[in-house]
Design a protein. Sequence first.
Length: 128
Amino acid sequence: MLTRTNYVEWAVLMQVMLEARYLWEAVSVGGVDRHDDCMAMEAILHGTPTEMRVSLIRKGTAKRAWDAIKTERVGVDRIRKAKATTLSCDIDALEFRDGESVDDFTHRLTSIVSGSPFWATRPRKAPW
């Protein structure tokens, strides 16, 4: 099932499933007969959350639905990676400043950690 964070894995699995059914051309190229397009659309809809399905059906073809998912999820992934890079830079630069109190440092650290969706979606051991 497609989630907010597993697009790459989902896309690979869907491609394998569609290729096994000789339906990959419906999403990679488009312009296939109606039956194959409907079969590919059905497979896509089965792999997506309920709240996405109506908008995907409105795309009209399996290729347009696939492209819409890709555009949305790749953009989200790019944003997440950019935020993770920013967070990494913030953490790398994290050190006491001249005249900074422990409380001020703690507030700065807390704002970095709490302001990042990266920590909420990927729990892991702190890098320091």
